[in-house]
Design a protein around this ligand. Structure first.
Ligand SMILES: Nc1ncnc2c1ncn2[C@@H]1O[C@H](COP(=O)(O)OP(=O)(O)O)[C@@H](O)[C@H]1O
Ligand SMILES: [Mg+2]
Ligand SMILES: [Zn+2]
Length: 578
């Protein structure tokens, strides 16, 4: 009769175990020193050796040569314990015997001396399933155990064991068993069984086991049943629904070339091959995780459950991406995997999810975005100035000499048609350093300066006063820089671009309505030729702030931003030089 590998190769001594060294050493020492506790809790993932170690412990305690960490294996106690037929080793499956009656029986049983061996060992599997009453009964026993009683509670959910019980036991946490150790053990088993297995086949099986030795062994059984005495990587992968590195690499290739179409093709092929999409996503998430680890460690590592050549390939792939990219993709893939559990339309979800990966790769860190914005303007430092800085006529001339100058249309091409009031004489040009090397081209047209003077008693004066009252500094500045043209029901502002936002403020309309005693429509005409007068002196701090925010508001990038996000506000402006 065929015996499954997990049972046939269940370790009978500590030496045969793989992994769990910490449990093994502690128990070996305790046995050598004859310091045997009455209660043990073995907790951890399924298939990692809890029941196995509980039985080894029982053997150690009851071997005729014992207590010894190296039981003889030939005495009747050793043999019967391995076969689960020893009279003094009582195994209870709490999943099916979880009630108070079983525990009462157990309490009775405990009171009698062992029938043949040194200890009575009670192995309670799935111990977390015991009912509360049963736990209480157990507790009574643990509080005053007879010298011969040893309880071993095995559980996958140690947090469900009441603390009253746990505090009377020694606890051991079982870890998932290392990929490489599982592969190694399976190589030995295959050799013993006369089975030829490609290294990749065993790697795939161990990956499928996810650190559970039993699960890996079951998968190995399945592979042998299906493929016979020769296990190839491809056949095993097919059988277990796992994906080859090559098929996962198609995703990273599509990410590298940013091809959403390739992603759709991948999904189409998976579908037509009848693959489970959810499993694919899980594998993909693991793949990204491994790439991330490969990227971070940069060398072969036990942290990646894959053989050396595969790890080398992952390192090559990961070198083409940033840590941020890989992290983001891992996160998105995990999300996708989660969504698929509830999805009625898995295919659409996967298509969307994979396309999102492509797009997410385009998200640049904000530092890069800012750098790009700065670089894109040609002369980042000069742009805010050129756009709206207080410029006098002379500086305008100078500006047009600069190679990157004139982001705005020339004066002649864009002046709105209206009858201009008498122009004010231009103020004397500021002392602009001459540029002897560059031949100065003529400016397109001399800038026209129009009156923005404030006549006493005028609407403009009243408006400015009202806005002052409202502490609407930005609007005050804007109105000062503009000309007011009043007509029936409308007040038109002829204004430089920099004043636009200040004039758009609700305050302006409100103040005008108050002054004129009726509702008015505010019309803003941008006068591209208008130049804003520079303040004569270095302004006081608060005015400097206003001025700075005015300049900031007039910056083309800020204006674009406000167009994209209507209603957004500039909350503060800081001069980086300060
Ligand atoms: N640490 C281990 N070393 C070697 N084999 C193991 C180990 N853990 C589990 N196994 C194998 O898996 C099978 C199931 O292990 P078991 O101890 O019953 O797991 P658990 O009780 O933790 O669920 C064993 O029969 C054995 O073949
Ligand atoms: Mg078990
Ligand atoms: Zn023995």
């Amino acid at each position: 009769m065929y015996q499954v590998i997990a049972r046939k190769y269940r370790p009978r001594t500590f030496a045969e175990l793989i992994g769990q060294e910490h449990v093994r050493t502690t128990l070996e020492n305790a046995i050598t020193q004859q310091r045997i506790a009455h209660g043990y809790i073995l907790a951890g993932q399924r298939g990692t050796g809890k029941t196995t170690i509980a039985r080894i412990l029982a053997r150690c305690l009851n071997c005729v040569e014992g207590p010894t960490p190296t039981p003889c294996g030939v005495c009747s106690s050793c043999i019967e314990t391995s076969q689960s037929s020893a009279p003094d080793v009582i195994e209870i499956d709490a999943a099916s015997n979880r009630g108070i009656n079983e525990m009462r029986e157990l309490r009775e049983n405990v009171r009698y001396r062992p029938s043949r061996d040194r200890y009575k060992v009670f192995i309670i599997d799935e111990a977390h399933q015991i009912t509360n009453e049963a736990f209480n009964a157990l507790l009574k026993t643990l509080e005053e155990p007879p010298e011969w009683a040893v309880f071993v509670l095995c559980t996958t959910e140690s947090h469900k064991i009441p603390t009253t019980i746990a505090s009377r036991c020694q606890q051991f946490s079982f870890r998932s068993v290392d990929f490489h150790e599982v592969v190694g053990r399976m190589e030995e088993i295959c050799k013993a069984e006369g089975i030829g297995a490609e290294p990749e086949a065993l790697a795939v099986i161990a990956q499928a086991g996810e650190g559970s030795v039993r699960d890996s062994f079951s998968a190995l059984d399945q592979a042998i049943a299906c493929c016979g005495n020769t296990l190839t990587g491809a056949a095993v992968r097919d059988l277990l629904g796992m994906y080859s590195l090559a098929s996962l690499e198609r995703v990273t290739e599509a990410l590298l070339s940013q091809q959403t179409a390739a992603m759709l093709e991948i999904v189409a092929e998976l579908e037509s091959a009848g693959k489970n999409l959810q499993q694919f996503c899980r594998e993909l998430a693991r793949y990204f995780r491994n790439l991330l680890v490969a990227k971070i460690t940069g060398k072969e590592t036990r942290l990646i459950p894959a053989a050396a050549p595969e790890q080398a390939r992952m390192r090559d792939t990961s070198a083409q991406f940033s840590e941020e990219d890989l992290t983001r993709w891992l996160q998105l893939t995990l999300e996708l995997y989660g969504q698929l559990q509830y999805s009625m339309q898995p295919r659409l979800h996967v298509e969307l999810g994979l396309m999102r990966l492509v797009h997410a790769g385009r998200i640049k860190p904000i530092e890069e975005a800012i750098k790009a914005l700065a670089a894109g303007g040609g002369a980042p430092a000069a742009r805010p100035q050129a756009a709206a800085a207080p410029v006098r006529a002379a500086s305008v001339t100078e500006r047009s000499q600069a190679p990157y100058a004139a982001p705005r249309p020339a004066a002649s091409s864009s002046g709105p048609s209206y009858s201009a009031p008498p122009a004010r004489t231009a103020p004397p040009p500021a002392a602009a350093p001459p540029r002897p090397t560059a031949p100065a081209p003529q400016p397109a047209a001399p800038p026209v300066e129009r009156s923005t003077a404030i006549e006493p008693g005028s609407t403009k004066e009243k408006l400015i006063a009202a806005l002052h009252e409202m502490r609407s500094a930005m609007s005050v500045q804007a109105v000062e820089d503009s000309q007011l043209i009043e007509s029936q029901g409308t007040v038109e502002f002829l204004a430089p671009r920099s004043a636009k936002l200040g004039l758009m403020a609700k305050d302006v309309e409100k103040a005008l309505a108050q002054i004129l005693g009726r509702a008015v429509r505010v019309k803003i005409t941008i006068d591209e030729t208008a130049v804003v007068a520079a303040p004569e002196k270095k302004p006081q701090t608060s005015e400097a702030e206003d001025e700075a925010s005015l300049r900031a508001m007039a910056h083309p990038d800020v204006q674009r931003f406000q167009e994209i996000f209507p209603g957004s506000q500039v909350r503060g402006v800081r001069d980086l030089k300060e």
